[in-house]
Design a protein around this ligand. Structure first.
Ligand code: ADP
Ligand code: MG
Length: 263
């Protein structure tokens, strides 16, 4: 009995909580499978790693503050021919995040920019990177508020920390004049260290208007585009497409794996 408690204490101290919590059933399982000692050790490690990975992904997803769930498996490439599946798969491997490169997803409303941004953010978490999702208006409001309260540095540090910062919906609302400068400070702080994934309904050439400050826009774009991938999605809104399909006389088979979330 004492030996058992001692073992529990040691497993706790080593943070091997999956092994600790399921020790009896895991050892029973190993016995049933007639595993050797070496195989048993590998089996226990496997379970511990699986639990740690699961926890890490859960925690990373919570910290990322995604507005909804969206996956690459749920993206219907047939419905969006301007998106190159190979390129998205390549980006899903997250080498661009490892290298601190940026990704811009541009296109009109409803074409799947936010969906892809969340799905790629999810892939980054699976690859072990920290991710934070924020809308451009929320980001700018939060920086402006911190600036007014004399805590800008703290806020910049907060947004500079995640390896991947996803800024959704840049350009739906024009920036206040002061906001462009705050945004520039964030871009410089993250430059060549962390990646941006930005979605926008505006082309890059329209960003001067978005920022309301041509000089700041040039400085921001200069850094943003230096190491970047730009994907321009064309075509119709996916939501309207669904409606058109629903009203069609001849129904096309719809890919079964699509998971739609209200944006
Ligand atoms: P955007 O951000 O470009 O305005 P969203 O990503 O919000 O568009 O897409 C609108 C809705 O349509 C979301 O529910 C999204 O999941 C879905 N959607 C868009 N494109 C696709 C697609 N190609 N496959 C599956 N779902 C899609
Ligand atoms: Mg969107």
């Amino acid at each position: 009995m004492i030996a058992h408690e001692h073992l529990m204490t040691m497993l706790t101290r080593l943070h091997l909580t999956a092994i600790r919590d399921q020790l009896d059933s895991l050892l029973d399982e190993a016995a049933r499978q007639e595993l050797t000692l070496r195989e048993t050790l590998a089996f226990l490690c496997q379970r511990e790693i699986a639990r740690k990975d699961e926890r890490r992904i859960q925690m990373g997803t919570r910290i990322a503050h995604f507005p909804c769930i969206a996956t690459l498996a749920g993206f219907d490439y047939a419905a969006q021919p301007s998106v190159d599946e190979r390129q998205i798969r390549e980006l899903a491997a997250c080498r661009w995040v490892a290298h601190g490169e940026n990704l811009l997803l541009l296109g009109p409303p409803g074409v799947g920019k936010t969906h892809l941004a969340i799905a790629l953010g999810r892939e980054a978490i699976l690859s072990g990177y920290s991710v934070l999702f924020v809308t451009a208006p929320a980001l700018v409001a939060s920086l402006a508020q911190a600036h007014a309260a004399g805590r800008l540095d703290e806020k910049l540090a907060h947004y500079a920390k995640p390896k991947l910062l996803i800024i959704d919906e840049l350009g739906y609302l024009p920036f206040e004049p002061k906001a462009a400068h705050l945004f520039f400070q964030l871009v410089s702080r993250r430059y060549e260290r962390g990646s941006f994934l930005i979605t926008s309904n505006r082309t890059v050439s329209e960003w001067g208007v978005v920022f309301g400050d041509a000089i700041a826009a040039t400085a921001i774009l200069d850094r943003m585009l230096h190491h970047s991938h730009v994907i321009t999605i064309r075509g119709d809104s996916y939501r309207l497409k669904d409606k058109r399909r629903a009203g069609a006389v001849f129904h096309q088979p719809v890919a079964p794996s699509t998971s739609h979330q209200p944006a």
